[in-house]
Design a protein around this ligand. Structure first.
Ligand SMILES: [Zn+2]
Length: 255
């Protein structure tokens, strides 16, 4: 079964990991921007984006994985002294090869600063008709997701993934125009919970996309291929599995 991991952070993972990931069926990954400490300067993010665009796709290509990326300011990576020039830089960089979305962007606590940073980026997505990958937080999930959805509506954003969806906020995701990101990871969905959601909301199978959110934290490294294997073992419709684990992401991001 072919797999796309539609949301991870490749820079934190060693080459050896990707060799195994490839053997487990992962053909492509979308690496989205995240800086694990609050950067002091906007330039830190600029260099991070360049690293992701200029270096990572080559590293992954050598292993046979197509590496795509999303750039943007994660709500937990907003620089201490934010220079508004970063928005111009983002708008330029989205036209570089292998950049397929603005991400990961979104809200964590829903502060005024986060809303301002997200709004600026949604404006870029809207003006350039570019897809987005949106982070929804672990805490106050429903309330904060609601704020995100309201912003999406005010900017008329219709292409993207509302990510880390759980039973807590799936109602909002279903009612949005976006794809529904299902993250199989420690602290997010277990494989069991994933299967339960897919079965319960099977009418939305054309909108589900699977991902691992693998990054710097201790993680279930092979959760996505394991989940796909489980879907096959459970004899779920092959067309459904293909859509969730590969085609929906491929079509949305034009991979
Ligand atoms: Zn992430």
């Amino acid at each position: 079964m072919k797999i796309i991991d539609s949301h991870m952070h490749t820079i934190f993972r060693p080459t050896k990991f990707f060799e195994i990931y490839r053997l487990m069926g992962v053909e492509a990954v979308i690496s989205v921007a995240f800086y694990p400490i609050k950067p002091k300067f906007s330039e830190t993010l600029e260099d991070l984006f360049r690293w992701m665009i200029e270096r990572e796709p080559n590293r992954l290509a050598k292993i046979g994985i197509s590496g795509f990326c999303g750039i943007g300011i994660h709500p937990r990576s907003i620089p201490g002294s934010l220079n508004p020039k970063i928005y111009e830089i983002i708008e330029e960089l989205i036209y570089r090869p292998n950049v397929v979305c603005l991400g990961e962007i979104g809200l964590e606590k829903g502060t005024q600063e986060e809303i301002e940073v997200l709004s600026r980026q949604l404006a870029i997505a809207d003006q350039n008709n570019f897809p987005v990958i949106l982070h929804t937080p672990g805490k106050n999930k429903h309330e904060i997701t609601k704020k995100i959805v309201e912003l999406l509506e005010s900017f008329k954003i219709e292409r993207g993934v509302l990510d880390h969806i759980s039973p807590e906020n799936i109602d909002l995701a279903i009612n949005s125009n976006l794809l529904i990101g299902l993250t199989v990871q420690l602290g997010k969905l277990t494989v069991e919970k994933l299967l339960k959601i897919i079965r319960e909301y099977k009418d939305s199978w054309e909108r589900f996309v699977l991902n691992s959110d693998l990054g710097i934290d201790i993680a279930e490294k092979y959760s996505v291929p394991i989940a796909v294997q489980r879907m096959v073992q459970e004899k779920m419709d092959i067309k459904l599995i293909e859509r969730i684990s590969f085609l929906n992401a491929k079509n949305l991001f034009g991979l």
